[in-house]
Design a protein around this ligand. Structure first.
Ligand SMILES: [Zn+2]
Length: 276
């Protein structure tokens, strides 16, 4: 007998419903197998606990007699079971129904409980640490990648010009919106040019400004439904990101200049943009 067979028969064994050969086989297995013996003992105490908590009525002699005679009629070819045993079996069966749900598969219940606890541990401990990236964080990653790519691939500009009156019409013609382009060379942030880029699932304008040896990519695209003004600064992977919004456009400035200089750049840019 293997464990699977033993577990299936434990219920019947506890209820004294097995034939002698099966009983002997399971007894032998329980002596040899610690796990099944544990299951048997747990199972037995569970049955006793439920049995103690359940009201139990002894059948009256009259009822036994009635059942005895009806059983005799039903099982004419089977004189082995006497009436008393038959009555016990009947009552036993009725009592067994709710218990069998709990007791038939103790391994599965334990397994399920363990799985649930394990899942809870995962959810409460591991998931917050993974910090599923929010929309902003995902966008920030894209922005940095775009900034780095523009510097690495020698593709900083599509239109290289320090003249805003050259850069702006070029971008206007390529995009379905007209991004503001301002000249900040007198403030130490000369315009280098413009570029088309693709971010946040849409074509965007990239304006490139220079600060000494550093470049600033300023990504511009129209605001969506949410036109509330907001500002956000973050440092990621050694790059400064500064986000702001006006009534028309989203701005994301990405650079390796320091945060103070990027804030200064933003203020100068905003001062130059003519409000609509
Ligand atoms: Zn076993």
């Amino acid at each position: 007998m293997n464990c699977e067979q033993a577990i299936k028969l434990i219920d019947g064994y506890l209820d004294g419903e097995l034939d002698p050969i099966a009983s002997q086989a399971i007894e032998q297995h329980l002596r040899e197998c610690h796990n099944c013996d544990q299951a048997y003992k747990t199972h037995g105490s569970l049955i006793r606990a439920i049995g103690n908590a359940t009201p139990y009525f002894k059948a009256s002699a009259e009822l036994r007699e009635r059942i005895q005679s009806s059983l005799r009629k039903e099982t004419t070819g089977d004189p082995v079971r006497n009436g008393v045993r038959g009555a016990q079996v009947l009552f036993h069966k009725r009592e067994r129904e709710p218990r069998s749900i709990l007791s038939e598969t103790p391994w599965n219940w334990l397994g399920l409980a363990a799985a649930l606890i394990f899942a809870a541990i995962i959810i409460f401990n591991v998931v917050p640490r993974l910090q599923r990236p929010g929309a902003d964080q995902f966008l920030a990653t894209q922005l940095i990648a775009s900034h780095v790519r523009s510097l690495m691939a020698n593709h900083l500009t599509d239109v290289a010009s320090s003249d805003q009156h050259t850069v702006k019409p070029w971008l206007d013609a390529k995009l379905d919106f007209a991004p503001p382009v301002v000249d900040l060379s007198s403030d130490g942030f000369p315009l280098v040019g413009g570029r088309l880029d693709y971010l946040d699932n849409r074509p965007v304008a990239a304006l490139i400004y220079q600060r000494r040896k550093h470049f600033i990519n300023l990504f511009v695209w129209p605001t969506g439904a949410d036109t509330a003004r907001s500002t956000k600064a973050m440092t990621r992977e050694g790059y400064q990101l500064l986000h702001w919004k006006d009534s028309d456009f989203n701005y994301w400035a990405v650079s390796d200049v320091n945060e103070k200089e990027l804030q200064e750049f933003k203020q100068l840019f905003e001062q130059q943009v003519v409000p609509h």
